[in-house]
Design a protein around this ligand. Sequence first.
Ligand code: FE2
Ligand code: FE2
Length: 279
Amino acid sequence: MAFRIAQISDTHLSPQHPEFTANFDVLAVHLRASAPDLVVNTGDLSAHGELARDDLVFAREKHEALGLAWVAIPGNHDVGNDPQLNGPTPADAERLSRWLGIIGRDHFRRDVPGWRLIGLNTLITGTDLPQNEDQFQFLQESLETAAGRAIGLFIHKPLCEETVAEADTTYWAVQPEPRRRILNLLARHPAAFIASGHVHQWRDRGTVEGLRQVWAPAAAFMVGDTWQHPVGEKPVGYVEHLLHEDGRHECRLVRPEGMVRNDLGLMPGIYPAMRSIAA
Ligand SMILES: [Fe+2]
Ligand SMILES: [Fe+2]
């Protein structure tokens, strides 16, 4: 029997945003019926956890209420964003400590038959927090001691948008310097797949440049083409991963009936107003 993971992402939960809660509730009913072995949330559990406690507390309660085994890694709306972006809410010690106190760990390792699953908090990889170096140590050790297990890596932002060589500081992917460090470690111990969220688009291009990157759609909302270039597809839903004990991996998009394809561009007031990309 394959080990079955439901990778959910970008749930953006908050008591203030009932549309996102409604999608999570539909997803929760679906997941309880489907009964995966593990639920992995690849970040942005909360809508505004980078600003205050309440949404993180709410997100934790909603995940506990699933009644399923779950783990999570933070997104930029949970612990703040890459400092290189010079935004108003950079990842820092206070934001990280808020997450750690409410959700628990920000990275994980879990062994299941034939596989080692590794989750990372990539939002701190551009900071000088001591936890950043600790986490790189953790990644190195986790890869070196995998003992032949296939590796599945979970991160919030994709490792890159189009190519690992891209050098821009970008909102959408892991920044170039930490990307290089992660790739150096993966060069000796390749990951079978790298599963991410953040873009709110579903994309599985197969293996490109030796990497199988799988982008999960968001659970809460998509962003219409007026405001965000379509790179993949923009459903709402989640990704089911099947991990076979012999190291084979399959994944598929799942769109539970009843989840609403909210368009953030048409929902003013939740986040700062977005600009039309045609302007
Ligand atoms: Fe998100
Ligand atoms: Fe994000």
